[in-house]
Design a binder for this molecule. Structure first.
Ligand code: NDP
Length: 289
């Protein structure tokens, strides 16, 4: 294996340290950033995500408000909660853990979150800002990928400018915002999806590959262009409990110049960027430039 391992766990820890310093400055001015998180129902995976988010808030000094509601919660009750949090000056970011239980429609809930508190970046206003080339609050996973790439550039001199970036996946939460961020960073971007003919030919021409298809080992190692930077967003838990990604790691690492592992690559960055968005939202609304 020759590729440099892009250590998302270490980068996320560094981001949290930087945020802690910023939050300390805010608190010295009497302003404590606040993140409100709502979990509806009892999905075990969501439960772990919410606990991790709350713990990460504590670590950097962000105040978290955690509300757990029964699966019987109605759309009207959930919308009323969002309205309350929108009006609460001490709350800078609002997050409703998805997926919601059957019977609840996530679209109107996400749309109801005030744009300047939409720290997941899933609302239409924030997606529109990104599309217009004026990103405000950006979805956390693609923002985390950009932070990994930014530090890789700083450390090695590698540049995204003019490179061919291939994103596999076009979801609103990962693939699409990812492609727009790469475009913003002056890459030439191709988006692939389940209907793409000859995925291998696109992947093989990628200087930067971001795999976010949700298909274990979809990208075979020998598809990777020699010297490419490979970012694997996919997370899959095998029957043995082990995690793996969308990219067949070992053979890909033999060809790539740099690669993110699974686990320990993109995963830890998502929560770090949620905290970063909360601090950014607080700064924009309550602290000023
Ligand atoms: P979605 O299922 O919403 O989207 C998957 C995308 O991949 C779709 O656009 C789909 O195409 C495309 N796709 C599926 N199969 C193929 C294929 N065979 N060839 C090419 N494209 C394909 O998933 P998400 O975007 O939410 O997540 C993607 C992966 O990233 C998952 O493994 C998820 O667990 C992981 N993830 C990791 C996070 C982290 O923190 N590391 C955070 C969020 C997600 P089409 O649009 O045509 O259906």
């Amino acid at each position: 294996m020759s590729a440099l391992i892009l250590d998302g766990k270490a980068i996320a820890a560094a981001v949290r340290q930087e945020l802690k310093a910023t939050v300390t400055q805010f608190r010295a001015k009497g302003i404590t950033p606040g993140l409100a998180v709502c979990l509806v129902g009892e999905d075990p995976a969501s439960d772990v995500y919410v606990r991790n988010k709350v713990r990460a808030c504590e670590e950097v000094g962000i105040r978290s408000v955690e509300l757990r509601l029964p699966a019987t919660t109605t759309q009207v009750e959930l919308e009323a909660l969002i309205d309350r949090w929108n009006a609460d000056d001490t709350i800078d970011g609002i997050l409703v853990q998805l997926p919601l239980p059957k019977g609840l429609d996530a679209g109107p809930i996400v749309a109801r979150i005030a744009t300047h508190k939409d720290v997941d970046g899933f609302g239409m206003e924030n997606l529109g800002q990104l599309t217009a080339g004026k990103p405000a609050l950006v979805a956390c996973t693609p923002a985390g990928v950009m932070e990994i790439l930014r530090r890789h550039s700083l450390n090695t001199g590698w540049s995204l400018r003019g490179k061919h970036a291939v994103v596999v996946g076009r979801s609103i939460t990962v693939g699409r915002p990812m492609a727009l961020l790469l475009l913003q960073a002056n890459a030439t971007v191709t988006i692939c999806h389940s209907q793409t003919a000859d995925l291998k030919s696109f992947v093989s021409s990628a200087d930067l590959l971001v795999a976010a298809a949700g298909q274990r080992h979809l990208v075979q190692g020998d598809w990777v262009k020699p010297g490419a930077v490979v970012i694997d967003v996919g997370i899959h838990r095998g029957e043995d409990g082990k995690l793996s990604g969308d990219v067949d790691f070992a053979p890909a690492a033999a060809l790539a110049s740099a690669i993110t592992p699974v686990p320990g690559g993109v995963g830890p960055m998502t929560i770090a960027m949620l905290l970063a968005n909360t601090v950014q939202a607080c700064q924009a609304r309550r602290v000023g430039a």
